[in-house]
Write a protein of this length. Structure first.
Length: 262
């Protein structure tokens, strides 16, 4: 193979310099490379892509939601007219709104499919229990996103569907009444309710989802992808029958406290 010319080396150096600079100071390039080219079980299939599909659906929701927020007005008098303006007057507004509206259902459906795959494949077992718990929380937050977003058009369907949802919430045990009052913001659904739902839908829930998705992906990378049930490799790994002598240290170590040894 012919040696690279000096000019080509200079061009490659100029192109790779930003990546080398970023890698030296953050290690992100190496981390992304490991994420993309890490080893996975050889018998993985299309079912393992449900997690990536769910993440893609959420990113579509986030991007289209930001675009819609540029034109939406969270007011009981202007919410519905602003939705009509987006649909009828804004260039490709009908497409963005349609992607966001129907994408919400796609996101929830993919969440259920992904969790069903994890359950059927036994990927919730040791040592992946924490990732399963995070996935359950993400499912709850995803459904909460759908509930808070349903009111935002503020038409008749959205209003009365929210009335039903708030009644169900308020009749929940223990904290149901308090939670219903906090979310509703008054004796009836109105401007305060719409403002709170908009804040929860645009800021609180997406922020929590982004953070938990980051932790979820970190644990997937750290623990690896689980094998299918028919695989020769187990989905988890066996526990140690006896704990190691030095398995617990620090404050949780079972040591004698406050009494001298005999």
């Amino acid at each position: 193979m012919a040696a690279k010319s000096e000019r080509r080396k200079q061009v490659e150096g100029m192109i790779l310099y930003p990546l080398d600079w970023l890698e030296e100071r953050s290690g992100l390039v190496g981390g992304i490379k490991y994420f993309l080219f890490r080893k996975v079980p050889k018998d993985t299939g299309w079912a393992h892509t449900l997690g990536s599909a769910t993440l893609t659906a959420f990113l579509v929701q986030a991007i289209t939601g930001v675009i819609l927020a540029m034109y939406y007005k969270p007011s009981t008098k202007e919410a519905y007219p602003s939705i009509q303006h987006i649909t009828n007057d804004v260039d490709f507004g009908w497409l963005v709104r349609g992607m966001h509206r129907w994408g919400a259902s796609v996101f929830i459906i993919l969440l259920f499919f992904h969790m069903a795959r994890v359950f059927l494949y036994g990927a919730y077992k040791y040592p992946r229990e924490l990732n399963w718990i995070i996935g359950v929380i993400l499912l709850i937050l995803g459904m909460f996103e759908g509930f808070t977003g349903y009111l935002l058009p503020y038409d008749q369907t959205a209003y009365w569907a929210t009335v039903v949802g708030m009644n169900i919430t308020a009749n929940g045990p223990f904290v149901g009444t308090i939670l219903g009052q906090i979310m509703q913001g008054g004796p009836a659904i109105g401007q305060d309710t719409l403002s709170r739902f908009y804040s929860l839908h645009m800021l609180v829930a997406p922020g929590l989802i982004f953070a938990l998705i980051g932790l979820h992906l970190y644990l997937v990378i750290r623990l690896g992808v689980s094998s299918p049930p028919w695989s020769k490799d187990a989905a988890g790994r066996d526990r140690d029958d006896e704990p190691k002598p030095d398995a617990r240290t620090g404050l949780v170590a079972p040591t004698n406290r406050g009494r001298p040894e005999a």
